[in-house]
Design a protein around this ligand. Structure first.
Ligand SMILES: NC(=O)c1ccc[n+]([C@@H]2O[C@H](COP(=O)([O-])OP(=O)(O)OC[C@H]3O[C@@H](n4cnc5c(N)ncnc54)[C@H](OP(=O)(O)O)[C@@H]3O)[C@@H](O)[C@H]2O)c1
Length: 199
């Protein structure tokens, strides 16, 4: 199957590419250094990406960002950035997928534990992650039989914790998180938010 992997050059994207590649043809997309360029915050760029890539069987998104800062530091621009980027970027990936993803194919999006678990500084990130999960449930319902839509909600990834100078053993290895994305591509579920567990 041809799989379009948005954010394929990132930490999680690199592991997802590695785990999908033996069985699938993976096409990476991001703003730089990918097979195809895309800026998730720009809908026209998403449309152009789909047109350039041609038909695929699955789309996986591990790209997009949201601003992490306390409430009193979050400015209008920070909310606008977060909503346009990780939220509407992923919403538009699904909206624009129609006609570009094979019938019965899938789109797998990314949220994060802050959708459910509050954390100081996480207001904009929680807003975006919860929005992604809510949107995906309804999109899956309305697109039943045409397109599967799922979300992966990674907990803290070990490698990310380590890069932040924290205890990596408290997180889940990126390779284990990648297995969850593979399930969303290869299996038949839709409308699900899938967590990642330690193995
Ligand atoms: N790592 C964690 O512990 C963790 C935990 C929970 C949730 N998550 C979520 O998982 C996702 C991936 O995390 P990660 O740690 O792998 O991030 P990462 O290493 O920073 O990689 C992000 C990827 O997305 C691309 N990207 C960023 N902004 C983009 C945009 N506007 N348009 C298109 N591509 C864009 C980047 O490439 P370019 O810069 O070239 O565009 C890169 O390929 C994020 O949504 C993150 O919130 C991560």
């Amino acid at each position: 199957m041809r799989v379009l992997l948005v954010g394929g050059t990132g930490m999680l994207g690199t592991e997802i590419k590695r785990i999908l590649e033996p069985a699938h043809e993976v096409i990476t997309a991001s703003r730089k250094d990918s097979d195809v360029a895309v800026d998730l915050s720009d809908k026209a760029s998403i449309v152009a990406m789909y047109e350039k890539v041609g038909k695929v069987g699955a789309v996986v998104c591990v790209g997009g960002a949201a601003k992490f800062a306390p409430l009193d530091a979050l400015a209008d621009d920070d909310y606008a950035f977060s909503l346009a980027n990780k939220l509407m970027g992923q919403v538009n990936l699904v909206r624009c997928a129609i006609g570009h993803v094979d019938e019965g194919g899938s789109v797998t999006l990314t949220s994060g534990t802050l959708a459910q678990e509050p954390m100081v500084g996480g207001a904009a990130v929680s807003l975006v992650n919860a929005g992604v999960e809510g949107f995906a449930r309804v999109a899956a319902l309305e697109l039943q039989g045409k397109l599967r839509v799922n979300v992966v909600s990674p907990g803290w990834v070990s490698e990310t914790l380590t890069s932040m100078g924290k205890d990596g053993s408290q997180g889940i290895a990126a390779a284990d998180v990648a297995k969850v994305y593979k399930r969303a591509v290869d299996e038949t579920m839709t409308g699900q938010t899938l967590g990642a567990a330690k193995t």
